[in-house]
Design a binder for this molecule. Structure first.
Ligand SMILES: Nc1ncnc2c1ncn2[C@@H]1O[C@H](COP(=O)(O)OP(=O)(O)OP(=O)(O)O)[C@@H](O)[C@H]1O
Length: 371
């Protein structure tokens, strides 16, 4: 039976090195929950703690009300899918899927019913008598998925299951995984470093950095209202400008360094003169008569969109030189700009984010309401 997972103040140490200092997260029953973060941030470590392959040095992990810290891996009733398919090469697809059910001593009739159902759900009925060597990578991963869920585990844990597949197959497989997960309704913890995959597949995402969860939220909330600069730049592109707050006649403005300013009505406590970082997504610029002057430095045609790399006037201080981008939706654009052309871009003030100068906090009021 699917369960909720409560991770309460857990710590992970390898010898004297602390990898996860103090991490908490509550994963709802039936939820598709993704651990997303750069390589080495501790995603796999945390997943293995839930699975029972890693010891837990502090805190508790619970499945519903049951503390599982000391329960061995094979008694946690977990389904796992890894990057490597880990299916038996000498068994057919059907035999691979039957394996876990035989170990659990289900009757022949029960095994047949369960395997038939899962072959259908994962869409590999037609390959059921084949050996894995005669399957594509995507098909093998479907077998691994079927084998993991046919035992009706409490939770399904997936560690970068798509990273061996090519780009097109990854997109196809992530839909397949999500569809099957929806059908079966099983609590799933999914590890990836691919932000697009995380946004596409998850109910909620935990964005991690060096053993710490920086933000937990729905994909859209994380993209539109990141808690800090790390999340804002790790998920999608963000143009970061050095800026200042101006408070005048009870009005609050955010000043870009070359003098352009926007009146803001959604900032939490800020003070006159406070230094900030202004974060603008590439698609939140529009070409207007007033705004920030810039020159097109480069452009990439992406079909529906054109992405431009921009050069701003020297007075404009960018916090991340590499990501000064403007994304133009060709569905709405009147013209495509040429390299060297100058124009004026206005940021959409309802959509920009303003961070403290230390990059750690979003100053948009009630940012947490977007969870
Ligand atoms: N058995 C181990 N002994 C010592 N250190 C380890 C061990 N396993 C992992 N680590 C360290 O723990 C940190 C987190 O590793 P982990 O594999 O959890 O990262 P990750 O976020 O899953 O990265 P990736 O996306 O590259 O798999 C890394 O610094 C890694 O070197």
């Amino acid at each position: 039976m699917s369960v909720a997972i409560h991770i309460d103040h857990v710590t992970k140490r390898y010898d004297q090195v602390t990898i996860i200092p103090d991490l908490s997260a509550h994963i709802k029953n039936g939820e598709f929950f993704t651990l997303l973060g750069p390589s080495g941030c501790g995603k796999t470590t945390l997943l293995r703690m839930i699975a029972g392959f890693n010891s837990i040095e502090g805190g508790k992990i619970k499945f519903d009300d049951l503390v599982i810290n000391e329960i061995p891996a094979h008694k946690r009733n977990i389904g796992m899918v890894f990057q490597s398919y880990a299916i038996f090469p000498h068994l057919t697809v059907r035999e691979n899927i039957e394996y876990g059910l035989k170990l659990r001593r289900f009757s022949k009739a029960e095994i047949k019913t369960k395997v038939d159902a899962i072959l259908k759900a994962v869409k590999i009925e037609e390959y059921q008598d084949r050996l894995p060597e005669r399957l594509s990578g995507g098909q093998q991963q479907r077998v691994a998925l079927a084998r993991a869920i046919v035992i009706h585990p409490n939770v399904l844990l997936m560690d970068e299951p798509l990273s061996n597949l090519d780009a097109k197959l990854r997109v196809e497989m992530r839909s397949a995984i999500r569809e099957v997960q929806n059908q079966v309704g099983i609590t799933t913890v999914y590890v990836t470093h691919d932000q697009e995959e995380a946004l596409a597949i998850s109910d909620r995402i935990a964005v991690m950095q060096t053993g710490v969860i920086e933000q937990i939220g729905k994909p859209q909330s994380i993209y539109t209202r990141p808690y800090n600069v790390f999340v804002s730049t790790f998920i999608g592109h963000s143009n970061l400008f050095a800026g200042k707050i101006k408070v005048e006649d009870h009005k609050t403005f955010v000043l870009f360094q070359d003098g352009y300013q926007l009146e803001m009505d959604n900032l939490s406590a800020v003070t006159d003169g406070q230094e900030v970082i202004i974060s603008v997504r590439p698609e939140e610029f529009s070409v207007q008569e007033d705004g920030i002057p810039c020159t097109i430095h480069n452009r990439v045609f992406l079909g529906k969109y054109v992405n431009y790399t921009l050069a701003f006037a020297p007075g404009m201080v960018m916090k991340n030189q590499s990501a000064t981008e403007f994304s133009q939706d060709l569905g709405h654009a009147e013209k495509v700009f040429e390299i060297g052309e100058t124009m004026i871009l206005r940021p959409n003030k309802a959509k920009i984010n303003i961070f403290t100068a230390d990059q750690r906090m979003n100053l948009i009021r009630d940012v947490k309401q977007y969870e």
